[in-house]
Design a protein. Structure first.
Length: 166
C-alpha cells in the first residue's frame, strides 16, 4: 500500500469513527434539552431582573464530540450596562460531569464554568447513562472542582459579580 493510499484509508476510518452512535444521539438529545433549559432560565432571570430583551442575544456554536459527531448548540450573549457576558456551550462529555457551559466576560476574558452533575455525587453510579439521570447545574468560578455553588438566582448573581469585578 502506498503512503498516500494509507493516508486516505486512515482518514476514511477516522471519519467513520466520528459518526454519531445511538448512545451518542440519546446523549446529545439530553444535553441539548438541558442546555436549552439553562439558557431559558438565564433569559428569564435577566428579564425578571429588569434587563431588556434587546440586551440578550441568542448565539449558535458548532461542537464536535466523538460519540455525537458535529452539531450546533445554542448559547447566549448578554449585554449588561458595564459588561458583556457570553454563555458558550463547551461539551457534553466532560470529566466529572455531564455537560459544561463557559460563562465569559468578553472584554476582560474572565470566565467561570457551569457544569452539570448528578444531584448526589456521593451516590453517583457511572453504570447508568447520563441521559437516564437527572442533572444538577453548578457554577465553578475557579480552575478546579472546588468552590462550586448551585446555579440558581443567587448563584447567577455570584457568577456575575465574579465576572465583572474590577
Amino acid at each position: 500500500m502506498t503512503n498516500l493510499k494509507k493516508f486516505i484509508t486512515d482518514q476514511i476510518t477516522r471519519q467513520q469513527s466520528l459518526m454519531p452512535t445511538a448512545h451518542g444521539e440519546r446523549r446529545k438529545a439530553k444535553w441539548l434539552d438541558e442546555l436549552d433549559g439553562v439558557l431559558t432560565t438565564l433569559y428569564r432571570l435577566f428579564l425578571d431582573a429588569g434587563l431588556g430583551p434587546d440586551a440578550i442575544l441568542e448565539t449558535t456554536h458548532v461542537l464536535e464530540e466523538d460519540e455525537m459527531g458535529s452539531y450546533s448548540a445554542p448559547g447566549l450573549q448578554v449585554t449588561l450596562p458595564a459588561a458583556k457576558i457570553s454563555f458558550i456551550p463547551v461539551a457534553s462529555s466532560v470529566i466529572g460531569g455531564f455537560g459544561r457551559i463557559d460563562a465569559v466576560e468578553t472584554t476582560r476574558a474572565v470566565s467561570a464554568r457551569l457544569i452539570a452533575q448528578a444531584p448526589d455525587m456521593e451516590c453517583d453510579d457511572d453504570r447508568i447513562a447520563p441521559y437516564y439521570r437527572p442533572w444538577l447545574w453548578k457554577v465553578y468560578p475557579g480552575r478546579g472542582a472546588q468552590g462550586g455553588y448551585p446555579f440558581d438566582e443567587a448563584g447567577l448573581l455570584l457568577l456575575l459579580e465574579r465576572l465583572t469585578e474590577r
